[in-house]
Design a protein around this ligand. Structure first.
Ligand SMILES: Cc1cc2nc3c(=O)[nH]c(=O)nc-3n(C[C@H](O)[C@H](O)[C@H](O)COP(=O)(O)O)c2cc1C
Length: 325
């Protein structure tokens, strides 16, 4: 096909796409070229049956990878027109991207793109400094730009009410041995191209912690180094909760995360209250929102940290086979 994307364009953009976050860093995505279109797929071999039975987490991660892909293509001067879930008979195909009219990238696209390799989940305590109003506005605006909402919990009582919902969801999840086993299976004590390195885990939970943290680490905190007493908690939600809505939410999540990185902010994710249906509904009602909460983020000024590993880009590309006569 004429005017299609090339293998080289796909490969370059996919290097950015795979920096996206995913549950337990399973990296549940594949990318292929079909008739000049780039397609983003969910890799059925990388499902988490106990943690993510519905596939919500895989669709959020694929949506985040799709957002990075869109940015990378735009910054390269070849922005895409995107169709989500283009083939009803192939639900694992999350998006199809065809070239739009070439143009120069905007400064906003360039800034967000530059944040891709610097973003990482920061599970350590943040500094107590509050996040200024203009930075909070940018985060909410990032979600709106991608057709989602971001509710910032203001005040101790709102955060306490959220914490109660989150802890009870966490207790429900932790009662399931299969859920615990899945998390343990993805903790990495030595270098690996996927999974969560113990060094990226936060300090071990202690009873005074306001928010429940998923336990990936094995380190006790030094005395007095508790979590910030008044965390900024942000709930991202989408207007509906279909598979397409979840891919949209993944893109919005990534736009919020990159906007935070670009503003010098750190983020950790906590999704337990989204994973338990009754907690999710309680959270939605407590916010007085329509639609569905899709992700919760703790935002603040963090200590330095490092991006986590990814698989080689060539491992997630399905390239066209050329038949030579
Ligand atoms: C759908 C989804 C849910 C997540 N839930 C949690 C969570 O509950 N707790 C947590 O510490 N990290 C959570 N994460 C973050 C991932 O563990 C993290 O993105 C992954 O390990 C890759 O690391 P990175 O974000 O530093 O690139 C979640 C990520 C996604 C995409």
């Amino acid at each position: 096909m004429e005017n299609g994307y090339t293998v080289e364009q796909l490969r370059t953009a996919a290097i950015d796409a795979i920096r996206a976050p995913s549950l337990h860093n399973v990296q549940p995505w594949r990318f292929r070229l079909r008739d000049g279109a780039i397609e983003v797929l969910i890799d059925p071999a990388r499902r988490l049956p106990a943690t993510d039975p519905s596939g919500w987490g895989a669709r959020l991660a694929a949506g985040a990878a799709l957002f990075n892909l869109r940015l990378a293509l735009a910054v390269a001067g070849t922005p895409a027109t995107v169709r989500l879930r283009p083939y009803p008979s192939e639900p694992d195909v999350v998006a199809r991207l065809v070239p739009d009219v070439p143009r120069r990238p905007t400064p906003a696209e360039q800034n967000l793109h530059a944040a891709i390799p610097r973003r990482f989940s920061n599970r350590a305590p943040f500094w107590p400094d509050p996040v200024p109003a203009d930075a909070r506005w940018r985060l909410a605006d990032a979600a709106r730009t991608e057709h989602c909402w971001l509710e910032l919990l203001i005040g101790v009582s709102a955060v306490n009410a959220f914490a109660e919902i989150a802890h009870s969801a966490n207790r429900v999840l932790e009662r399931d041995p299969a859920y615990r086993a899945e998390r343990h299976a993805w903790i990495r004590r030595e270098y690996a191209p996927d999974g969560v390195p113990v060094t990226a885990g936060g300090p071990l939970a202690e009873p005074q912690d306001l928010l429940p943290a998923r336990d990936f680490g094995d380190r006790h905190r030094p005395p007095g180094r508790d979590f910030e007493p008044e965390p900024l908690v942000a709930v991202l939600g989408s207007p509906g909760n279909t598979a397409v809505d979840q891919v949209i939410a993944g893109q919005a999540m990534q736009r919020v995360l990159l906007t935070a990185t670009d503003s010098g902010l750190s983020v950790s994710m906590l999704s337990q209250p989204v994973e338990v249906p009754s907690a999710r509904e309680q959270l939605r009602v407590s916010l007085g929102r329509f639609g569905a909460p899709q992700m919760v983020m703790r935002v603040g000024y963090g200590q330095p940290g490092w991006p986590t590993p990814r698989r080689e880009v060539d491992e997630v590309l399905d390239l066209p086979v050329h038949h030579h006569a």
